[in-house]
Ligand binder design. Sequence first.
Ligand code: SF4
Ligand code: SF4
Ligand code: SF4
Length: 257
Amino acid sequence: MNKLRLGFFKYSCCMGCSYFFAYVHKHVPEVLASFDFVFIKLLSRKGIPEGPFDIALVEGTITEAWQVDELKMIREQSKKLFAVGSCAVIGGIPAIKATTPELEIEKRVYKNLSSIHSIKPHAVDAYVKVDGYIRGCPPAERDLYEALTSVLTGRKPDFPQYSVCIECKLKGNLCVLIADNMPCMGPVTNAGCGALCPSMNRACYSCFGPMKQANAPALAKKFKAMGISRDDIIRKFTEFGADTIEFRKAVETVYED
Ligand code: SF4
Ligand code: SF4
Ligand code: SF4
């Protein structure tokens, strides 16, 4: 059987998803042996080779205009394209700056702005069609295999579309929100991590980003009633999800109150 051509592309981020992919590569060769690694940014000094690609994995937030052009070119050359990690899926950490005017942020960070051409940070799907989302920071191993095996078998990928609370309850965890008054983001966060943080008696901070149709404003009100300060509530909803409609609504609620 011919191997499928895979490219792993990177935009603004810490490259943690690439390292995670390298870890998976080492430990699960039986899945990845079916792919020909045509390009992995982490391991390459050269530019992107010519397509086509059977599968493109894209990590990182889009924060510069040239990235938009390159991303569109990759999309044109790829049969399937998956956003990998919170940066690519929801904007993630680099999108923290989304709530501040771009010029103000640039002046805060750089002395000389002449070579700076940044744009508002956005997730990958702001610019191209995405065939699936491998969420998390770093991403969920299960979702990465699901994407790869879906391409190998020619079927639609199946990613969880419920909240972290469901996984938490299935594990039989004590709820840290109710029992310990911790501001847990689990009720509005997409599942996939196996409720990692609450299982360690810590509140979820939503690295997987909002679940579809999450009622984030209701959770923001709950946090306020728990005595969490306005600034801390805003931080909770903008740490990873500042570029998401669901969490922006929560921030608006906090400002309106
Ligand atoms: S999602 Fe997390 S691990 Fe992946 S590149 Fe972004 S910050 Fe790094
Ligand atoms: S601890 Fe968090 S994730 Fe678990 S059930 Fe409670 S609110 Fe949901
Ligand atoms: S519990 Fe929340 S913060 Fe922790 S890994 Fe899962 S989604 Fe991320």
